[in-house]
Design a protein around this ligand. Structure first.
Ligand code: AVJ
Length: 321
């Protein structure tokens, strides 16, 4: 946020602030307040996300895994030979196993994830199960500039894997920018992209308001993280989880709603909250197949086949480039 001036914090001038610190300060100083969803994924947040994926209400993970399982041979056939797989936001490295099993012996796998702590354990387990595969974990925020190692084989095809509808966290402009840079990175290969589809808002509502409250805990974990890493004094009990479908913008929004008027101290600044004031913590955009394809073409991809489940809840696209 351009209106937030970091130089107004005399005590902190000498010490470089982490990305999380900077984004928290600017997010708290802006109105409406917001925090980018990538900060959900510290160790505890990544573990909570894994629990979300197993919830009965959270259909995306289960549905995408089913599509990938049922159509693996067909998908692999369309992808063709791949020298390496680059996964964006790799998480627990579960879904890629289906690809590794189906594709014609890829040599190298590059999982990129923002949570190093979580990635390390997942990589150790994957290496044990795929001894012939070179696994090079990259701890990076792939929404910023990052470097990939040189191709593993000269002229070898690089295939991108971006499952889980993580693309939906981006604004439409950010999604286009991300896809443009992915298209450059993957030229000669393509991107296997999983995105959640527009559907009955009641189903969406349940998926982000689960009965066990795991999604609420995932949302509130941001405040625990800010307390632990930045010495903030959020009282998590002062905030309630809110998730709703914004139909005109075709997205689920998650917020943390202040239950009462109170103040929070963060990195030498004091932020006051009115009762009912929210911190916007996530957008999860939903797509139509045509809308996604239009976006992909704008970014420089070609159009390949799309696979969906029988209820058309979720879609997996092969985008050659
Ligand atoms: C990982 C961004 C795809 O938007 O569904 C799950 C994150 N947030 N429940 C999603 C999430 C709340 C998830 N993505």
């Amino acid at each position: 946020n351009p209106s937030f001036n970091i130089d107004s914090l005399p005590a902190l001038q000498d010490q470089p602030l982490s990305d999380f610190a900077q984004d928290m300060l600017s997010g708290m100083a802006s109105k409406p307040r917001s925090i980018p969803p990538k900060y959900f994924y510290d160790g505890a947040g990544s573990a909570l996300f894994d629990r979300i994926c197993a919830l009965p209400e959270y259909y995306p993970t289960r549905t995408e895994l089913r599509i990938l399982t049922d159509r693996a041979a067909e998908i692999a056939n369309h992808i063709g030979p791949a020298a390496e797989i680059v996964e964006f936001g790799a998480g627990s490295l579960t879904k890629v196993r289906l690809l590794l099993d189906a594709l014609e012996a890829p040599k190298r796998y590059l999982p990129i994830d923002i949570s190093g702590e979580h990635l390390d354990g997942a990589v150790a387990r994957l290496r044990a199960d795929y001894p012939g595969l070179e696994v090079v974990p990259i701890v990076a925020d792939y929404t910023r500039r990052f470097a990939l190692p040189a191709p593993v084989v000269d002229g070898g095809r690089r295939v991108g894997f971006f499952p889980g509808s993580t693309l939906g966290n981006f604004s439409p402009e950010e999604a286009l920018a991300f896809l443009k840079s992915a298209a450059q990175m993957l030229r000669g290969g393509g991107l296997l992209l999983g995105v959640d589809l527009i559907k009955d808002p009641a189903l969406l509502h349940e998926a982000y308001n689960d009965a066990q409250g795991v999604t609420a805990a995932f949302n509130v974990n941001l405040l625990h993280r800010a307390n632990a890493e930045l010495g903030a004094d959020f009282h998590p009990g002062n905030f309630a989880h809110a998730a709703f479908y914004n139909a005109p913008l075709q997205r689920i929004e998650m917020h943390l709603v202040s239950k009462r008027a109170h103040a929070v101290n963060l990195l030498g600044e004091r932020f006051t909250f009115a009762e009912g004031e929210t911190i916007h913590t996530e957008n999860s955009h939903k797509f139509s197949i045509e809308g996604l394809r239009t976006l992909a073409v704008k970014a420089g991809f070609g159009i390949g086949p799309v696979w969906t489940d029988a209820e058309r809840l979720f879609s997996v696209h092969w985008l050659p480039v």
